[in-house]
Design a protein around this ligand. Structure first.
Ligand code: GSH
Length: 222
């Protein structure tokens, strides 16, 4: 039996969605973020040494890291579903987006979250001008230009194909959903990028996405 160790408002929502798309049986073990720090509870450390979500167990096998979990589930239970055939251009694009989501998109989006907190969060008055000055410089010089370049790239990639890998919906779209949702929540993604907004509309309308939401509980990214 597959168990998803599910942290609220987290990347494990993607794994629930994939399991729903594949129509596989699974169970959910729930973990709640600390409301102040937003960190995962220590119980997750008992499942994997990093204590992060997602992590799944499948009988005696434990798999962490979203991309690795997706590859494991698709290879073991997919029967060719949600992955383009080997050796095709779509398959190469599939691999690219599967890695891009966590390797390139999320690091910049995480920096945005952290540096926004430095710019707006509470701190002693004497530290404010220095901390906010540094945060403002990093945001203007690195974070914002990289985010804008990435969003422009994603928008252009959807200009001549329906989904990230090609004409068909694949697990790469599931992996890419989190950075695109995070970009909408924290990086100003809006109707000026209509293809990405349409991507969000289309994934949110999928019955499997909605079933995963109903099972996973409320999902609101910061
Ligand atoms: N690249 C990893 C990132 C894992 C990760 O950072 N997960 C977040 C949830 S979205 C987490 O567990 N945060 C709580 C914490 O760090 O304590 C993956 O895709 O699995």
């Amino acid at each position: 039996m597959i168990t998803v160790h599910h942290l609220n408002n987290s990347r494990s929502q993607r794994i629930l969605w994939l399991l729903e798309e594949l129509e596989l049986p699974y169970e959910i073990r729930r973990y709640a973020r600390d409301p102040k720090t937003m960190l995962a509870p220590p119980e997750l450390l008992a499942i994997h040494p990093l204590g992060k979500s997602p992590v799944i167990t499948d009988d005696a096998t434990t798999v962490a890291e979203s991309g690795a979990i997706i590859e494991y589930l698709i290879e073991r239970y997919g029967n060719g579903r949600l992955i383009p055939p080997v050796g095709t251009p779509d398959r190469l694009r599939y691999t690219y987006w599967l890695h891009f989501a966590e390797g390139s998109a999320m690091p910049v989006l995480l920096l945005k979250l952290i540096f926004d907190r430095i710019e707006t969060g509470p701190m002693p008055f004497y530290a404010k001008p220095i901390a906010r000055g540094i945060a403002g410089k990093v945001s203007a010089g690195f974070i914002r230009p990289n985010l804008q370049r990435q969003l422009a790239f994603l928008e252009s990639e959807l200009s001549d194909r329906e989904w990230f890998a090609g004409a068909l919906f694949t697990a790469a779209d599931i992996q890419m959903s989190f950075p695109v949702e995070a970009a909408q929540a924290r990086a100003g993604l809006d109707q000026s990028r209509p293809r990405l907004m349409r991507f969000l509309e289309r994934i949110h309308a999928r019955p499997a996405y909605q079933r995963a939401l109903a099972k996973g509980g409320p999902f609101a990214l910061q």
